[in-house]
Write a protein that binds this ligand. Structure first.
Ligand SMILES: Cc1cc2nc3c(=O)[nH]c(=O)nc-3n(C[C@H](O)[C@H](O)[C@H](O)COP(=O)(O)OP(=O)(O)OC[C@H]3O[C@@H](n4cnc5c(N)ncnc54)[C@H](O)[C@@H]3O)c2cc1C
Length: 202
């Protein structure tokens, strides 16, 4: 029987880092990386600061997944969504079939919190948590649009700054009394609010 591979599930920051570290110690154990997207690595934090710089998805990409997989001597299974794990049989079940594993590494990230919204536009709200979302955002933004951002945390404030610099009219909403309320002391939060307001953010 051939040795079942180490299966790494997810191929963004954590997924690619774990296989690079594994390969530093072990160049031969079979590795299979299974991921829902394209697998192309990119710096996710750049998504919330890239629009004003007019960065295209191609410019944000660090490498092509297929080339990186060849360099790291691993098999890559893209556009494959994991559905469940059978621990006793050591199998990962996906929408493209099942994969036996010797070890399973879960690096599938997190989903954005879904706010229970009502109304006929509720289904059109975008969450930008991965490259595919950024591509959709770029497709949907048209010059002069008014954009409402929900959540004045780090990423909401970054997107607000990015989109106001790109020329959009931006409203930032949050139940807290000021931006970054959970992270900054009141005085600093008020200064940030003033700076955003000066830029034209409501
Ligand atoms: C806009 C934005 C800005 C950010 N800015 C910062 C910052 O400035 N500083 C900072 O420290 N952090 C920042 N973060 C957070 C940081 O990017 C994440 O913590 C980090 O990317 C998490 O990496 P990960 O590999 O664990 O998960 P993810 O990057 O979410 O990767 C998950 C991978 O799993 C795959 N996957 C998911 N579900 C399945 C499934 N069912 N089957 C198969 N594959 C699946 C996905 O396709 C993807 O390849 C930011 C995040 C965002 C969204």
């Amino acid at each position: 029987m051939p040795q079942a591979p180490v299966v790494v599930h997810g191929s963004d920051l954590a997924g690619w880092t774990v296989v690079k570290e594994l390969r530093k110690h072990d160049s031969s154990t079979p590795v299979l990386q299974v991921t829902a997207g394209t697998g192309d690595p990119y710096p996710k934090p750049a998504l919330s600061t890239a629009y004003a710089q007019n960065k295209t998805p191609d410019q944000l990409r660090n490498a092509l997944a297929a080339e990186l997989a060849a360099t790291l001597n691993l098999q890559l299974q893209t556009h494959t969504r994991a559905l469940s794990v059978d621990l006793s049989r050591q199998e990962l079940h996906t929408d493209q079939g099942l994969f036996a594993y010797s070890r399973l590494v879960l690096t599938h990230g997190t989903d954005p919190i879904g706010i229970p919204l009502h109304g006929d536009a509720a289904a059109t709200v975008l969450s930008v948590n991965q490259m595919a979302d950024y591509i959709l955002l770029r497709e949907q933004l048209q010059p002069g649009m008014r954009v409402l951002i929900m959540g004045a945390g780090l990423i909401g404030c970054e997107f607000t700054n990015d989109l106001i610099l790109a020329g959009f009219k931006v409203q930032l909403v949050d139940p807290a009394p000021r931006p970054l309320a959970a992270l900054l002391p009141e005085q600093a939060g008020l200064q940030l609010q003033e700076a955003l307001t000066t830029l034209g953010v409501a």
